[in-house]
Design a binder for this molecule. Structure first.
Ligand code: AMP
Length: 218
């Protein structure tokens, strides 16, 4: 059982936040809140929010702060989050971090730890452009580092694997630029709040997971 349970996973796209969330969820009963997954579900359902978000996501740009913050606040207020949660891909701007503080204060909870996933640029590009995602259970695989047992099929649920439209080389580069400009200021924000712990996310996932568990228990 880990000590810290109300978690933010921070880091560039391709750093392995989703992959390590998947592994952690096998060992711990936490609610996984991925704003990217929630937005993709809106796109699949063809909602108005989904339509406006898709145009931004396909360019690697961020969806407006208030929209994502409201989505997260609504999810965090649900009873099942009382036992702990992983915020994966949120917050992505200082404004979102401030809105998150307001939302958690309102429900009498607080963030215990922010884990920064650190990996070099070239590796992030390589991971993103080779990534395969399950349409059904959202698990991640990789054409180079983590191939599924059967091509195009998810090992966990048998769902179809696909390449996300924003994992093209051009959009991946834009997303990393947006991360540098808009999300990396959160490193300072959470260092000043004494919540930040950094892990080297460039190793194979089992080793990264060992480091993650170590920081979640300190
Ligand atoms: P992800 O699945 O976390 O890589 O997110 C995919 C895309 O969804 C991002 O490139 C953004 O366009 C959008 N998105 C996800 N989370 C956020 C967020 N916290 N703020 C704004 N946009 C987001």
């Amino acid at each position: 059982m880990i000590k810290n349970k109300n978690l933010v996973f921070l880091g560039p796209p391709g750093a392995g936040k989703g992959t390590l969330s998947e592994i952690l969820l096998r060992d711990e009963k936490l609610v996984h809140i991925s704003t990217g997954d929630i937005l993709r579900a809106e796109i699949t359902r063809g909602t108005e929010l989904g339509k406006s978000a898709k145009a931004l996501m396909d360019q690697g740009k961020l969806v407006p702060d208030q929209i994502v913050a409201d989505m997260v606040a609504a999810r965090l207020a649900q009873d099942d989050c009382a036992g702990g949660f992983i915020l994966d891909g949120f917050p992505r701007t200082v404004k979102q971090a401030e809105l998150l503080e307001e939302a958690t204060a309102k429900i009498g909870r607080k963030i215990d730890k922010v884990v920064l996933f650190d990996a070099p640029y070239d590796l992030l590009i390589q991971r993103l452009t080779a990534r395969l995602t399950c349409r059904q259970c959202k698990a991640n695989f990789n054409k180079i580092f983590s191939k599924p047992a059967r091509e195009g099929i998810c090992d966990h649920c048998g769902g179809e694997l696909y390449q996300r439209s924003d994992d093209s080389l051009e959009t991946a580069k834009n997303r990393l630029k947006v991360y540098e400009e808009q999300t990396s200021p959160l490193i300072r924000f959470y260092t000043e709040n004494h919540l930040l712990a950094k892990i080297d996310a460039s190793l194979p996932k089992e080793q990264n997971y060992g480091m993650l568990l170590a920081v979640l228990n300190t």
